[in-house]
Design a binder for this molecule. Structure first.
Ligand SMILES: *[C@@H]1O[C@H](CO)[C@@H](O)[C@H](O)[C@H]1NC(C)=O
Ligand SMILES: *[C@@H]1O[C@H](CO)[C@@H](O)[C@H](O)[C@H]1NC(C)=O
Ligand SMILES: *[C@@H]1O[C@H](CO)[C@@H](O)[C@H](O)[C@H]1NC(C)=O
Ligand SMILES: *[C@@H]1O[C@H](CO)[C@@H](O)[C@H](O)[C@H]1NC(C)=O
Length: 441
């Protein structure tokens, strides 16, 4: 029995430190055209460094996009990128697509006001969900522009489309912080925008250029899951549908949307068949499934589904952790969920998760509750971007039901060794799985 426990312990430890820090910042800085321009932005308070908090991330080609929403005044640019081949630990953020797109003038809103999360699809488009709101953390919140979906071409960085969500689809408490894009067919793509404030999903059709609002009880909060404790900061949040992750298409061409409200410990799913058709959406109450629970303290923010491995990745806000579940598993249980990474230093508030086209997992952590309710220590590292190949990230976890080798895999002596360790780990996790199965009999 003792040996067994030791085994379990080893498997757990190996599985939990697979991500490496790629970039990290105490405070972010921006790449101004000249140092004079930077000094002048600081003097005029157009740029107040401590008010800039990286929140969303996306990777496309050699660019890593980072959003910096306008929570407070002094955000220099709210959509930025860094070059992935930048060797510095804390690269300066470059505005996307240009400085011009972020300039606030008295008479005219900037092209981009305040996006929280963005998505690069497989068709070379960057989908930007822009709240249009400035200074949302102060009493001086201003709406500079209506909530819009902006779509850029990643080939030439021009704005392809700016879609204003129609007034009647926006409710008093509406707030849009996350989106998912179904891009199997580039000409007939769909965006799913989560309204966390007045729970609903707005479905946007690229082909028709129209949107509609879909409601369901499962988009709502669980009133018993409203209290959070992130590293000792205790707060109450009432955020509805938030995590949105799309599977690869089924035989009919529809994805499964895995979703959860942030203020909840439950996971749900629905086929996009029942979202894509406005009329069908109205009569599909029973097509939604409750998959299961993440257990006590299992509230989750963002999620992302890697369509190659079918693994769903998600944040665990209270636990400073990123977890996973293989969607091909018959059940969403505590035993079938794996822990990818956990740290009360480097993973305090995992705020965005993506997998890029080279099968790398990316996570941004940013200590958001401390930024909102306390003050960030400017001498400490506050923002981090962590990464690992998906295969390494899930190795030795419950999501590693078979050994997944990355196509980019280049064998070397080190890798060979790691690989044999991995095989032992897989056997171990199988062993643990059997044990759990026996225990449950
Ligand atoms: C990123 O850096 C590489 C190497 O310096 C360069 O070739 C490439 O053009 C850069 N990409 C962007 C988007 O700036
Ligand atoms: C930019 O690329 C898109 C395709 O991604 C194309 O439709 C558009 O015409 C291009 N715009 C310019 C200005 O080249
Ligand atoms: C909140 O979490 C901290 C550890 O991060 C713990 O020390 C504290 O007891 C927790 N507080 C409550 C009320 O659960
Ligand atoms: C982080 O966890 C370690 C060990 O679990 C503990 O010693 C340390 O005090 C914790 N730090 C914070 C900031 O909660």
């Amino acid at each position: 029995m003792e040996k067994l426990l030791l085994f379990l312990l080893i498997a757990r430890t190996l599985a939990m430190d697979n991500l490496k820090v790629a970039f990290q910042w105490k405070q972010v800085d921006f790449e101004y055209p000249t140092e004079e321009a930077r000094q002048s932005a600081l003097a005029s308070k157009e740029f107040i460094p401590e008010n800039n908090l990286p929140l969303g991330l996306e990777v496309h080609g050699d660019r890593l996009f980072i959003t910096v929403p306008r929570w407070r005044s002094g955000v220099a640019a709210s959509l930025t990128y860094i070059n992935l081949s930048d060797s510095s630990e804390a690269p300066k953020l470059r505005p996307y697509p240009s400085w011009e797109a972020h300039r606030i003038r008295p008479d005219q809103p900037p092209e981009i006001v305040s996006p929280f999360r963005v998505r690069a699809d497989k068709c070379g488009r960057l989908w930007v969900l822009d709240t249009g709101l400035e200074n949302i953390l102060s009493s001086d919140t201003k709406s500079l522009a209506p909530t819009r979906l902006l779509v850029y071409s990643l080939r030439n960085d021009t704005l392809l489309r700016s879609y204003v969500i129609p007034d009647h689809q926006i409710k008093t408490d509406s707030f849009f912080a996350n989106l998912a894009v179904e891009d199997h067919d580039c000409g007939d793509s769909f965006a799913y925008l989560g309204d966390l404030g007045k729970p609903a999903i707005i479905v946007y059709s690229w082909k028709t250029g129209e949107s509609w609002r879909v409601q369901h009880n499962f988009f709502h909060i669980d009133p018993l899951s409203g209290e959070f404790n992130v590293s000792g900061i205790i707060f109450e949040w009432t955020d509805g549908v938030f995590g949105l992750a799309l599977s690869k298409p089924d035989a009919e061409g529809f994805s499964t949307l895995y979703f959860h409200p942030l203020t909840s410990t439950n996971e749900f799913s629905v086929s996009t068949k029942y979202l894509r058709d406005e009329n069908l959406a109205k009569s599909s109450f029973h097509m939604y499934k409750h998959l299961g629970s993440r257990g006590p303290k299992g509230q989750s923010g963002v999620s992302f589904l890697d369509q190659k491995t079918d693994v769903l990745f998600y944040s665990l806000i209270n636990l400073n952790a990123v977890a996973c579940w293989r969607t091909t598993n018959p059940a969403y249980t505590m035993e079938s969920q794996g822990r990818i990474y956990m740290s009360n230093v480097t993973m305090v508030f995992p705020n965005d998760i993506k997998v890029d086209s080279n099968d790398n997992l990316w996570v941004l952590s940013d200590r958001l509750p401390k930024f909102m309710y306390d003050v960030l220590d400017r001498n400490d590292i506050n923002f981090r971007i962590l990464t690992a190949p998906v295969a390494d990230a899930i190795r030795g976890t419950a999501c590693d039901s078979k050994l997944v080798i990355s196509p980019k895999f280049k064998p070397s002596l080190g890798d060979k060794e790691r690989n044999s360790v991995a095989k032992i780990e897989v056997k171990l996790s199988l062993f643990i799985f059997l044990l759990v199965a026996i225990r449950n009999l």
